[in-house]
Design a protein around this ligand. Structure first.
Ligand code: SAH
Length: 345
């Protein structure tokens, strides 16, 4: 485990084993997780020989922004980060009235295979470490120079497929000795890995869980999401009510509207029946078409009619505001474009 992925207690133990006094761990932790410096060199109150030793034996994980695209429509910034091993991930910075939000990736690629998603087209490369998840937020904070108050784990990857690192990431980002982001302002989005949802329910975290539902029957869901072959909607709803019971946190259902596939009146009625009893919030996402697949987005009338039907049924529903439409907004598109350039070179 790299040094930036350690909790404060673990870091204290690690430095003690290196023969360093406890207060050095406090200083180091603060440099990494509060002052957010990029290198040991910048940790000016640490002795030079300590910095040199750390540099040699415990290289600091710092992401490099390989490319930044800024939307001229809404100021959304999309970052393409290079990881220490040369792999790349995407993160998005969004400015809302209620504060700044960052959408981070949890894996390099993804093995879930959702049909409409660009992040999964080349499968899973590897999991991100806790420090690689953290540093997406740290580097964006450094670059933008503003505090981030909301984090959504909704970029590339399936967070529940990288459970232990995700949990460690949440522990570190919510640590009062670190950036101290409130659990309430963290959303983890999953395609619906039932054991992960149940396990998460027992962690006593105040985070919001978002479930990518996208269909209301198993048959239809299987066409869009291979994970539906492993867990039925009935099992998913059980896991969601368990989560709600244990945490008191309402779940968000994400529902990407695909033209002619899941956007009928009947779909809306069935979705209401699923969301109602659980008091879920429904977030409608007009699907972002990717060129590798022939799914199209529902037309405007269908989207509004779908929302109205949910509202009539007493469901709390929003249509996701589209941010950064001009900058490869959809999951995984920027990384794929960059990789295609490498192949062209
Ligand atoms: N693996 C997690 C988190 C990453 S995907 C999950 O499945 O929830 C984040 C959200 O974006 C999911 O709801 C996903 O289904 C959705 N999504 C992915 N590609 C999309 C696209 N092209 N258009 C609309 N929504 C998309």
């Amino acid at each position: 485990m790299d040094i930036k992925s350690l909790t404060k207690e673990e870091l204290q133990k690690e430095l003690k084993e290196m023969g360093l006094p406890g207060f050095r761990a406090d200083q180091l932790y603060q440099w990494m997780h509060v002052k957010l410096v990029r290198t040991y060199d910048e940790m000016t109150n640490l002795p030079k020989d300590m910095r040199e030793m750390l540099e040699k034996t415990r290289p600091l994980v710092t992401l490099k922004a390989e490319r930044v695209q800024e939307s001229i429509i809404d100021g959304t910034k999309k970052f393409l980060f290079e990881l220490p091993d040369g792999n790349m991930v995407e993160s998005v910075f969004m400015r809302y009235k209620h504060g700044n939000s960052v959408c981070i990736s949890s894996q390099v690629g993804c093995r879930m295979g959702c049909r409409f998603c660009a992040s999964t087209l080349d499968g899973l490369e590897r999991n991100l470490t806790p420090s690689e998840m953290l540093d997406q937020i740290y580097e964006i904070t450094r670059t933008v120079g503003e505090r981030i108050s909301n984090v959504v784990v909704m970029g590339t990857g399936e967070p529940m497929d990288n459970y232990d690192n995700l949990l460690r990431f949440i522990t570190l980002i919510t640590d009062e000795n670190g950036l101290n982001i409130s659990g309430r302002n963290i959303t983890v989005s999953t395609c619906g890995i039932v054991p992960g949802i149940k396990k998460m329910a027992e962690e006593h975290l105040a985070i919001t869980l978002a479930l990518s539902l996208h269909a209301t029957t198993d048959e239809k869901r299987k066409q869009l999401m291979p994970i539906a072959n492993s867990y039925s909607i009935a099992e998913l709803m059980d896991a969601c009510s368990y989560y709600f019971e244990k945490t008191g946190r309402r779940i968000t259902f994400e529902y990407s509207l695909v033209g002619g596939v899941n956007d009928s009146e009947e779909d809306a009625t069935e979705l209401s029946a699923l969301a109602g009893p659980l008091k879920c919030h429904v977030n409608l996402i007009p699907v972002n078409p990717i060129k590798e697949r022939d799914y199209t987005r529902s037309n405007k009338e269908a989207i509004l009619a779908f929302r109205d039907r949910l509202e009539k049924n007493g469901i709390n529903v929003t249509i996701r505001r589209e941010m950064g439409r001009d900058i490869d907004g959809a999951c995984g598109q920027l990384r794929r474009r960059r990789m295609a350039e490498d192949i062209d070179d």
